[in-house]
Design a protein around this ligand. Sequence first.
Ligand SMILES: NC(=O)c1ccc[n+]([C@@H]2O[C@H](COP(=O)([O-])OP(=O)(O)OC[C@H]3O[C@@H](n4cnc5c(N)ncnc54)[C@H](OP(=O)(O)O)[C@@H]3O)[C@@H](O)[C@H]2O)c1
Length: 304
Amino acid sequence: MINGDIIKKRILIIGSNGMLGQRLVEFFRNNDKIELLCASVENDSLIPEINYKQLDITQKNKVREIILEFFPDFVINTAAYTNVDKSETEKEIAWKINVNGPEYIAHYCNTIDTHLIHISTDYIYDGKEGPYTEEDKPCPIGYYGRTKLASENSIRTSGTRFTILRTNVLYGPTKYGRADFVKWVITSLRSNQIIRIVTDQIGNPTYIDDIVSAINKVIELKKEGIFNIGGIEMLSRFDFTLRIAKYFSLDESLIHPIFTKELKQQAARPLKSGLITLKAETELGYKPYSIETSFELMKKELNL
Ligand SMILES: NC(=O)c1ccc[n+]([C@@H]2O[C@H](COP(=O)([O-])OP(=O)(O)OC[C@H]3O[C@@H](n4cnc5c(N)ncnc54)[C@H](OP(=O)(O)O)[C@@H]3O)[C@@H](O)[C@H]2O)c1
């Protein structure tokens, strides 16, 4: 008789306390065909009652231990140093987490022939001629983007089977940790705060559950390579904010337009960006929700 456990897929989610990580955990945790192990840098999991281990991906021995012990079929790495501005001054730690960490993960995935799914970003581009396809030549303009591009390159040359999903401006119904852009806008406008939003950053904001579905498809189809994952519409951050205000019946007059350069942020931002998702649509059957449907789902789930 076949033991059910033998045919279970073993999935390790690294960065499980993060915004995307949490949604992946919620998606995979109740699937009885999957054996799940979650890991992140904090001592405890934010999501209760899951199989969790503390892991700092900058410690090569720990990465080795967790991967070789659990022996996963798939590793999904969502752990990253994601503070774009602080990356300009905290270069060493940003490099360790965003480049050395994925390098170690890829190394041990290769050792045991595990498929690595890694998350990257449109910040690997300069934002001069977006939206971008997977074939466009990267040219990061900030240190965060440089580290993320270097992580892609170290995975591509590691020898392991890999899928890199590039995404931009994640939002969605995560329950723990910092608020995403949509929740931040709702909270600010409901408390009558004026918010200054850039009109010159263009992208296609990505509903987190759409990238979760894409990851699930990658696993189902064992698809390798690089895929862009983004929302259905290209629009400025300002227009996206207006759509939030309209949908949630908030005061649009509190949203003030501003240019990126006026914010005087430490890191430069790609302006004309966004990710063309045709390859994912064709090869993964990727079909993102419309912006309004994604808001409706968030509203229902979070009681917004
Ligand atoms: N959010 C976006 O708009 C966006 C856009 C494009 C691409 N991405 C990419 O998508 C991925 C997921 O992003 P996200 O928004 O979910 O990020 P996030 O919320 O910042 O989650 C990253 C997680 O990794 C953890 N982590 C940090 N250092 C670690 C270490 N040394 N070892 C293990 N875990 C560590 C973080 O813990 P702490 O919070 O305690 O540091 C956090 O729980 C990242 O690769 C990011 O670059 C995100």
